[in-house]
Ligand binder design. Structure first.
Ligand code: PMV
Length: 331
């Protein structure tokens, strides 16, 4: 086997972000926009990762330190390098030691840190490729749980939402306390896009944690409210009730505003979508900008895409839900 690759879908959070960090359920879906991770052995001398032309050197014997950042955009690459490095470390644990450096390339149609699960996709893809090169086929459940460890260790805190969704695919209920991720539906029509994002997931999660400490009963009530939205949306998803999903998205957006994580750009886009006839919309992910999702009559999705593009947003998908990670070999 000379080269293996993983195609990993991105993901979008439908409902329940932030509350999921405190053990409440959430709902997320894979989206048919794929990251491609390729890996091959490169002999002795450490691993190398390439990300859209960026080259990082990752010494096998000192995983996680000593990156060579010469002439690269640090902010862009350093975050991904941390996930790749940790994924290789866990892969090494699973396969009983890496006996050679790896050459890894990551092609992504999406920028990192916009709330669409790119770090989860990179973590899962690198783990799966590395294990496969060493003759170990990780089942998707095990892969999801290892990739979650990568996210937790790199970010300090993370829910299993992103890694479970990109590994298993479909539209899933995420029940973190029970580690169950049941499939609610294979797919649905919805508009997914993003605006530029300020702040990282870790900083936004920390900000919310701070609010929880300052007024626990108030913010606990906001989290409970989000969890009620999640519960109400389960049947709506199963029935494909887009109108109700729109209403619930708008309520969830309001609750995220109460947490202080909604940027002005997100608010503008969400407002414009509703004005233009969407049933409802919300920001998606940690916030500070980044991803959003809108539910509407499917015949209106193209027009709504034009509306958000005119505001400077990017449209990623008009469909949510697709199969999870897949692996292959290339010559
Ligand atoms: O990293 P993002 O933007 O996809 O957001 C993650 C969602 C949070 O609930 C805020 C954090 C988590 O780990 O679930």
């Amino acid at each position: 086997m000379t080269k293996v690759f993983a195609l990993v879908p991105a993901k979008v959070t439908l409902f329940g972000e932030h509350a999921v960090v405190y053990g409440y359920p959430a709902i997320a879906a894979s989206i048919p926009t794929y990251l491609r991770i390729e890996a091959s052995f490169r002999g002795r001398g450490g691993s190398i990762a390439r990300f859209e032309g960026v080259e990082l050197r990752i010494p096998v014997k000192a995983l996680g330190i000593g990156f060579d950042f010469a002439e690269i955009d640090k902010s862009y690459a350093s975050r991904l390098a941390a996930y790749i490095s940790k994924a290789l470390e866990l892969c090494s644990e699973v396969v009983g030691g890496l006996d050679s450096g790896l050459e890894i390339s990551v092609e992504s149609p999406l920028p990192p840190s916009i709330g669409l699960g790119t770090s989860a996709a990179v973590s899962a893809g690198v783990l799966a490729c590395c294990a496969k090169l060493h003759g170990v086929d990780l089942g998707v459940e095990e892969l999801a749980s290892l990739a979650w460890r990568v996210e937790k260790e790199v970010q300090g805190a993370a829910s299993p939402m992103d890694t479970a969704t990109v590994c298993l695919g479909g539209i899933r209920l995420i029940e973190p306390s029970q580690r169950r991720y049941p499939l609610l539906r294979d797919s649905l029509e919805a508009l997914v896009g993003y605006v530029p994002r300020v702040g990282t997931t870790a900083s936004l999660v920390a900000m919310v944690k701070n609010l929880m400490g300052r007024a626990p009963s108030v913010f606990r009530a906001v989290m409970e409210g989000i969890s009620e939205v999640v519960k109400a949306s389960i049947e709506a998803i199963k029935q494909g009730n887009l109108e109700l999903l729109g209403l619930l998205a708008s309520v969830n957006h309001g609750l995220l505003r109460a947490l202080g994580v909604v940027s002005e750009a997100s608010d503008r886009v969400v407002h414009a979508l509703r004005e233009a006839g969407a049933y409802g919309a919300k920001m998606s992910g940690a916030g500070g900008g980044g991803a959003f999702i809108a539910f509407a009559d499917p015949r209106k999705l193209e027009v709504l895409s034009e509306v958000v593009r005119a505001l400077g947003a990017k449209v990623v998908s008009l469909k949510i839900g697709c199969p999870g990670i897949s692996l292959g070999e290339s010559p």
